[in-house]
Design a protein around this ligand. Structure first.
Ligand SMILES: Cc1cc2nc3c(=O)[nH]c(=O)nc-3n(C[C@H](O)[C@H](O)[C@H](O)COP(=O)(O)OP(=O)(O)OC[C@H]3O[C@@H](n4cnc5c(N)ncnc54)[C@H](O)[C@@H]3O)c2cc1C
Length: 401
């Protein structure tokens, strides 16, 4: 039986562990998580709507599109396995603008993208009256393009459902901070490892060798493959190997609110304004207003700040004056992990046998995470991924930059 360890149980690691655990291969899966304050999956808003994005990077869009599409299959599968709370709801999205010309551009973009992404669903242009029927807290002046296939997902609920399903399949879950255990190779020995184990897939480097497992709180856990899904903390984890992994992070503060008497809010669409803000509603009047985009902050700085709350609340109230009657509640803080070019990376780590990683899911990690986790499992099991991964080579995130 092969032993596989996944380090990090955010959306990415939870998905990788689930997909490994459900494979027909004889695999024992261990999922390890340190529960760092500021983990992204715990704080995320949960918008699944990549098709209206103006980002031109095609490699990014391919992943985001596949990620959004994969939700229908994954959530149905989890339901069948008895995981009924996946946190996923296909409520549609309203992409807002006050300028009708911009609305028309958005509509055209959505129509074009629907050609190879039918999961976008219906596309319609709405006037302000209709917009406010669908989301009564919004202000005057906004028109919208509505896409019916957009969704929201509660990242915590989906992560927990994936972990629970993985456990049912026999996966072990360990709490604690993992340190990688390695066998360093001499030059010659490493070249041999490279040839034997990986068929020459990665270039031998002077440093390098094999990752043989992890150590958690003094406990040794050996493994044939270690899959690192450590988000913003991956750089720290890989550094002792001499691997300079360039992951940066952006702090986000996001406000949860409670509205009185909004019993139908569970069906309201996700709201995407023309700014960097957004607004989501959940059952029984629960609203999520977000978020800040703070760069240059220490990873240890998980504080809720007056400036952060002020920014989110003032932009939120300008967009949706109806929020004024709501009660501010919890503010969640998370670090969006980014790799160079704002493009995720996935694959084997060059020079190290037994080490696979993915990272850089950025601001759209709930959208891509479940799909990328499945690709990680395929890589570990030696299976063909669902799409070519060359554009996302781990090499792109290595080196001094
Ligand atoms: C405010 C905010 C709003 C967002 N909104 C959206 C959205 O609307 N739509 C969307 O698609 N995405 C959104 N995102 C992005 C998304 O949340 C992230 O891209 C995604 O959650 C990243 O997942 P991850 O598993 O890579 O990282 P994380 O969720 O950060 O998980 C990494 C895990 O690794 C663990 N770990 C690290 N090092 C170790 C170690 N040595 N040993 C053990 N465990 C370790 C950590 O404790 C953590 O649990 C948002 C993010 C934020 C912060």
């Amino acid at each position: 039986m092969k032993k596989m360890i996944v380090v990090g149980s955010g959306i990415l690691g939870a998905s990788a562990a689930y997909h490994l655990s459900r494979s027909a291969a004889d695999v024992h899966v261990t999922l390890i998580d340190a529960k760092h304050p500021g983990r992204a999956t715990d704080a995320a808003a949960g918008i699944i709507c990549p098709w209206l994005s103006q980002r031109r990077n095609q490699a990014w869009y391919r992943l985001a599109k596949r990620g959004a599409r994969y939700y229908a299959q994954l959530t149905e599968e989890l339901h069948r396995l008895g995981e009924h709370d996946t946190g996923y709801a296909r409520v549609g999205a309203l992409s807002l603008h006050t300028d009708p010309a911009k609305i028309e551009q958005m509509r055209k973009r959505a129509e074009q993208r629907r050609e190879d992404a039918p999961e976008i669903g219906e596309i319609e242009v709405l006037d302000n009256a209709r917009v406010r029927e669908l989301f009564p807290l919004l202000g005057e002046g906004y028109h919208a393009v509505r896409v019916s296939g957009a969704a929201r997902v509660d990242g915590r609920a989906l992560r927990d459902a994936l972990i629970s399903a993985a456990r049912r399949n026999g996966a072990e879950v360990v709490e604690g901070a993992a340190v990688l255990e390695v066998e360093r190779a001499e030059r010659g020995e490493h070249a041999q490892l490279d040839k034997q184990e990986r068929g020459g897939e990665f270039a031998a480097t002077d440093a390098g060798g094999r990752v043989t497992g992890v150590i958690v709180d003094g406990r040794r856990l050996p493994a044939d493959e270690v899959i690192v899904c450590a988000g913003a903390w991956a750089g720290e984890l890989l550094r002792p190997l001499g691997v300079h992994f360039r992951v940066t992070y952006q702090k986000g503060q996001i406000l949860h609110m409670q509205m009185p008497n909004e019993r139908s809010s569970g069906r309201w669409p996700v709201v995407i304004p023309p700014t960097d803000q957004y607004l989501l509603s959940f059952e029984d009047g629960k609203m999520v207003v977000g978020a800040t985009h703070e760069n240059g902050v220490e990873l240890s700085d998980t504080r809720v700040t007056a400036g952060g709350v002020h920014e989110v609340l003032s932009k939120g109230l300008a967009l949706a004056p109806g929020l004024a009657d709501g009660e501010p509640g919890e503010v969640r803080v998370g670090f969006r992990p980014f790799t160079p070019g704002f493009l995720p990376v996935i694959g084997r780590v060059p020079g190290w046998a037994g080490l696979i990683t993915a990272n850089g899911l950025g601001a759209s990690g709930l959208t891509m995470g479940p799909f990328l986790g499945r690709q990680l499992a395929k890589l570990a099991l030696g299976l063909e991924p669902d799409l070519p991964l060359d554009d996302y080579a781990v090499e792109k995130a290595l080196g001094e930059g």
